[in-house]
Design a protein around this ligand. Structure first.
Ligand code: AHG
Ligand code: MN
Ligand code: MN
Length: 333
């Protein structure tokens, strides 16, 4: 089998479609290299002093795990010196991270969730990294948080890595979705699936059902109809999966279809859902749409939302198109 490396894929994509200028290619390769380093740290587990809590709270009020901090630092360090970035933002940092002035400033802005699925770190279940790339506004001198507040439709690239039985990197630059598998012996990313398509129909859904008593009526209706199975209005049985790592749940949906939901509920109205728009929902929505699926907040396209805050939360419904459209339609009724 002829092996196509990440580098070859990016170079050819630029040659054929002109979507990956050299600076963006450098950025993607640097992020991919950082994910390799994170994957290595994750794989050490108890042997590497990477498990457990760091006993510090991040800006979301969540206690950080050691790996949240390690992964954040790996991504920051890897991306500072290349000259491809103007600034970075992360789930683990309250404000944006400027490029130190000993390095040149580039035209891209990188956002990431360095370690997604933190509750799974210590129990050896798949976790990952999610990232989103935006262009700095024209004529920007010193980047501010405001410069990051662009709708997801303006992303120029997005991707995620899953640290699971295999380490994979899934990437889009707006021309389909491609998956690379880490060859651990060679230390290289090898193209293992191109132009991934999510089936439009599915009989599998993912939601944290322990929140059921707090759901809004459209979500309750949608899930109850699936639970009713063949004798209910859907006239079909549905299966359920919930990994509690968005990366792993989304990856399964890319592989075999499904719908993933993290809705808003009737509790704290200042927290519309759990997931963060800028570095969780937007990159995943971009990937899912590029794979032929859909992603909404229950009302409209996630990628059309005008962000107001860096760490803003958003309800998420994404995956197989017909199911996402159905639950979105229930919100309108
Ligand atoms: P993070 O580890 O980056 O904070 O994200 C965790 C997120 C997401 O990955 C997952 O789908 C969800 O939280 C799980 O939430 P529950 O704990 O409510 O199941
Ligand atoms: Mn996350
Ligand atoms: Mn995280």
């Amino acid at each position: 089998m002829k092996r196509i490396s990440l580098t070859q894929h990016l170079v050819e994509e630029q040659r054929n479609h002109n979507t990956i200028p050299a600076e963006l290619r450098l950025l993607i390769e640097v992020v991919a290299r950082a994910c390799k380093t994170i994957s290595h740290a994750v794989g050490k587990g108890a042997l590497g002093d990477v498990l457990g809590s760091a006993n510090i709270e991040n800006v979301q009020g969540e206690v950080q795990k050691k790996l949240d901090i390690i992964s954040n630092e790996i991504l920051l360090e890897a991306n500072e010196w290349g000259g491809h970035l103007a600034a970075m933002a992360s789930e683990e940092m309250e404000t944006i991270h400027l490029i130190p002035n000993r390095y040149p400033m580039g035209e891209y802005m990188l956002l990431f969730d360095p370690l997604d699925g933190s509750s799974n770190i210590d129990v050896n279940v798949s976790i990952g990294t999610i990232f989103s790339v935006l262009k700095a506004p024209d004529g920007m001198a010193a980047p501010t948080e405001q410069d990051f507040l662009q709708p997801g439709a303006q992303q120029v690239a997005a991707g995620y890595a899953v640290y699971g039985p295999q380490t994979v990197l899934v990437l889009t630059t707006g021309n389909g979705v491609h998956c690379f598998t880490l060859d651990r012996e060679m230390g290289s990313w090898v193209l293992t699936q191109s132009n991934i398509q999510i089936p439009a129909d599915t009989r599998e859904y993912a939601i944290n059902a322990s929140n059921a008593r707090h759901w809004h009526p459209p979500v309750t209706r949608y899930v109850n109809e699936m639970l009713a199975g063949t004798s209910g209005p859907r006239e079909a049985d549905f299966n359920m999966r919930w990994i509690a790592s968005m990366v792993a749940d989304v990856h399964r949906i890319l592989c075999r279809g499904g719908i993933f939901m993290y809705p808003a509920d009737v509790r704290d109205p200042s927290k519309p859902g759990k997931l963060r728009l800028m570095y969780e929902a937007n990159p995943m929505a971009f990937i899912v749409e590029q794979a032929g699926g859909a992603a909404t907040d229950g009302h409209g396209r996630i990628l059309d939302i005008q962000p107001e805050k860096l760490h803003q939360r958003v309800p998420v419904f994404l995956g197989s198109k017909n199911e996402v459209e159905r639950v979105t339609a229930y919100h309108k009724e």
